[in-house]
Design a protein around this ligand. Structure first.
Ligand code: SAM
Length: 321
């Protein structure tokens, strides 16, 4: 493909898609980026560390390959997962020069693939980041799947270590190791972005915000108007970056409890936390009040008043019951 290929030009895209008999699927969230400044920016901001020399990228949803090309120019390797096989002839043309070198397309559903296995077989020895203009209908499940991938075996360098133990609470354990994916830089609907990056302890915080903060730090990078896509969606978008720290890694039991606490208190976010917690964990209110006060938490707090540490502490204190 010539160096003049401009995949942000609507005429070029239309000609290309027509040539290969492609028609858009609304249900697959096919809104392709046509604003020339956006993909280079996502590719530039999606990395980790000083250089991207040893960084591989997992992209979700190739479309016509507009972001894939920018990633392939900057990173050691790109693996892009695309569900729509009818894009294959288009991508063979638009990514031709990269498919021979550092880029691979996997046709499949990102929600069905074994992601740990994918990372192990394609990115051995590399740091891995994920960059994507996500299909909006799967934003939350995709982000959760990426965050939940366990550390790769070679990254599990630290032994399990006791983090916290007091007389009343049971311990929290770090499972050790670096995260499998270091950062997730994705375009999502602006409204969803607000929730994803919200800090626990703020009004915007929901269960998904607390889940994201369990795994890492989240920031809003920049907004992208609906006009930047072809066809244009109904809402504006925002690019966010989640840098996965693995700081709060807990063993499976404590992790499950943390997520159960989060789900419980946000399921009735206007109520005092003692109410949903008492029924979901089946602990009498008087006993629960005592346990919460012992770890310094006001039983009359609401979900949005709690900091991340509070959720972790509630999980610990409840398991001593
Ligand atoms: N990256 C391109 C861009 O920025 O123009 C395309 C982004 S478009 C919003 C989303 C892409 O994800 C589409 O190509 C769509 O076919 C693909 N897709 C939708 N659901 C998917 C799934 N479950 N797994 C993998 N790809 C999916």
């Amino acid at each position: 493909m010539s160096g003049e290929l401009n995949l942000t030009n609507i005429k070029t895209i239309k000609a290309l898609l027509q040539k290969h008999g492609f028609s858009f699927s609304r249900s697959l969230g096919q809104n392709f980026l046509i604003n020339p400044s956006v993909c280079p920016k996502i590719a530039r901001l999606g990395g980790v560390g000083e250089t991207n020399e040893n960084v591989g990228v997992l992209e979700i949803g190739a479309g016509v390959g507009v972001l894939t090309r920018e990633l392939a120019l900057r990173y050691k390797k790109v693996v892009v997962v695309e569900i729509d096989k009818t894009l294959a002839p288009v991508l063979e043309e638009t990514l031709a020069e990269f498919l021979d070198t550092n880029t691979k397309i996997i046709y499949g559903d990102i929600l069905e693939l074994d992601l740990k296995e994918l990372l192990e077989s394609h990115f051995k020895g590399m740091d891995v980041v994920c960059c994507a203009n996500l299909p909006y209908y799967i934003t939350t499940p995709v982000i959760m799947r990426l965050l939940e991938i366990e550390a790769l075996p070679e990254a599990q360098v630290q032994p399990a270590r006791e983090l916290l133990q007091t007389e009343q609470t049971c311990s929290r354990f770090e499972t050790g190791g670096s995260p499998a994916i270091r950062a997730v830089t994705v375009m999502v609907q602006s409204e969803v972005a607000t929730r994803l990056v919200a800090l626990p302890g703020t009004r915007e915080c929901g269960a998904i915000s607390a889940a994201v903060r369990y795994y890492g730090e989240a920031e809003r990078l920049f907004d992208v108007s609906a006009r930047s896509f072809f066809p244009a969606p109904k809402v504006d978008s925002t690019v966010i970056k989640i840098t996965i720290t693995g700081k709060h890694n807990l063993d499976e039991v404590h992790k499950k409890r943390f997520f159960k606490v989060v789900k419980s208190v946000f399921s009735q976010r206007r109520k005092q936390i003692i109410n949903p917690l008492s029924s979901d964990f089946d602990i009498p209110k008087e006993k629960l009040r005592e346990l919460l006060l012992q770890c310094g938490i006001n039983p009359a707090s609401r979900a949005e008043n709690l900091k991340l540490e509070n959720f972790l502490d509630i999980g610990s204190c409840i398991c001593s019951y």
